[in-house]
Design a protein around this ligand. Structure first.
Ligand SMILES: [Ca+2]
Length: 395
């Protein structure tokens, strides 16, 4: 029912994202409720069309069909596809091959719904001071930091003799150079959404605007994220890079972002940027790796399931978030779910501040999207302004 009006709603959406692969169109409304997304073939063969359906991390495929039209005869035909097959292609970032008559062209249409993203994807906030779950797999005692010295000036020592730390062999002694070119980049100089996928996710009561009032990390404009408290929906004012990349064990990736946080001591139990693996709602396989805030005013880097600390791997322990000035964090990951075989390097304003060989994947399931801004904001943090600029990624 209301299929037509759903389509119209999708068309009326204010933001249309063009995915690099699949050339999908999607309205901002796709983040909520159901909508239909249309994909052009990424490859046309005489007797087949190849599609690369991509869905946002929270989307669930409800229905899928290919509309074929024979150019010679004008005959139109609709072919239904199995939901499972399309879901599998979308989540594993693989392609769908659809057989057809030699002269036929076609479009793939999928109806997607959202499985309560707020509940499904965000961590249960943990009361400050409590140690949660008790099943955390990171090193003995404390928070399993790679930075036993506490002030984190360098984590070289973290792989040597920090008792109980099973980080494995020492990583290469010289830091990896920070990339000078990036595959994805946004700077918000002329528009809020240019250069990013899906636009910004902004649930009430968040406000996301473009401003020059606080300067910028790159150029003159940045994003201003304002909240008068958390959201009842998705507490997640964030942008996304999600153009079909899929990063499994052995992959190397850099992610980067810049923030200016006037009052970081009031920001806790939130995330600043992360790569994510999200296969389905409520799945214990969903996890992220990224820059997070746990204790008020402190930032750390970890790999963690969305909903629990169980099995969490801490890659950089708490260190103070710079107060009311622009700072940039570059995160370099050579991915592995095995301690000793991974490499994580954290740079603050171009300087290496932490390094770890602990596992930076929860399992071998790939990381396939990037969120930044405030991918999760703990509602109890209350009134908050965070400025954000220059998300970057290279794989
Ligand atoms: Ca900028």
């Amino acid at each position: 029912m209301a299929r037509r009006s759903r389509k119209l709603t999708a068309l009326a959406g204010t933001v249309v994202a063009i995915l690099l692969i699949g050339a999908a169109t999607q309205s901002a409304a796709a983040e909520r409720g159901e909508t239909t997304r249309t994909f052009k073939p990424v490859k046309k063969k005489p007797r087949a069309l190849v599609f690369a359906p991509r869905t946002s991390p929270h989307a669930v495929v409800r229905k899928a069909r290919v509309r074929l039209r024979n150019r010679r005869t004008g005959v139109r035909r609709i072919r239904r596809l199995g939901v499972r097959r399309v879901t599998s292609a979308a989540t594993s970032r693989s392609v769908l091959k659809i057989r057809k008559a030699p002269k036929a062209n076609g479009r793939l249409k999928i109806e997607v719904g959202v499985e309560d993203p707020a509940d499904a994807t965000e961590p249960d906030p943990v009361e400050p001071g409590s140690d949660t779950d008790g099943t955390a797999g990171s090193g003995g005692g404390g928070d399993g930091s790679t930075d036993p010295g506490g002030d984190g000036s360098s984590d070289e020592g973290g792989t040597g003799g920090s008792g109980g730390d099973s980080s494995g062999p020492s990583p290469s002694p010289s830091p990896s150079p920070i990339p000078t070119t990036w595959r994805r980049f946004a700077s918000f100089e002329d528009r809020l959404n240019s250069g990013i996928d899906y636009g910004w996710r902004v649930d009430s009561p968040f406000e996301v605007t473009r401003t020059s009032e606080a300067g910028a990390s790159d150029g003159s404009h940045a994003v201003k994220i304002r909240t008068a408290g958390g959201s009842n929906g998705c507490s997640c004012p964030r942008m996304t890079f999600d153009d079909g990349f899929s990063l499994g064990p052995g992959s190397s990736v850099w992610i980067s972002g810049s923030w200016r946080i006037p009052n970081p001591s009031r920001l806790a139990w939130s995330r600043l940027m992360n790569l994510g693996h999200f296969v389905q709602s409520e799945s214990t396989k969903n996890y992220y790796t990224g820059l997070v805030v746990r204790s008020g005013g402190q930032m750390s880097v970890s790999t963690r399931q969305y909903n629990t600390d169980a099995g969490m791997s801490t890659l950089m322990s708490d260190r103070p978030i710079p107060v009311n000035r622009w700072f940039r964090v570059d995160l370099h990951l050579k991915l592995s779910p095995t301690d000793g075989q991974a490499l994580t390097e954290v740079y603050l304003d171009g300087e290496l501040i932490a390094r770890s060989t602990r596992r930076n994947m929860m399992h071998s399931g790939p990381l396939h999207f990037f969120n930044a801004g405030l991918p999760y904001f703990w509602p109890e943090s209350g009134d908050m302004t965070v400025y954000f600029d220059a998300p970057r990624l290279i794989t």
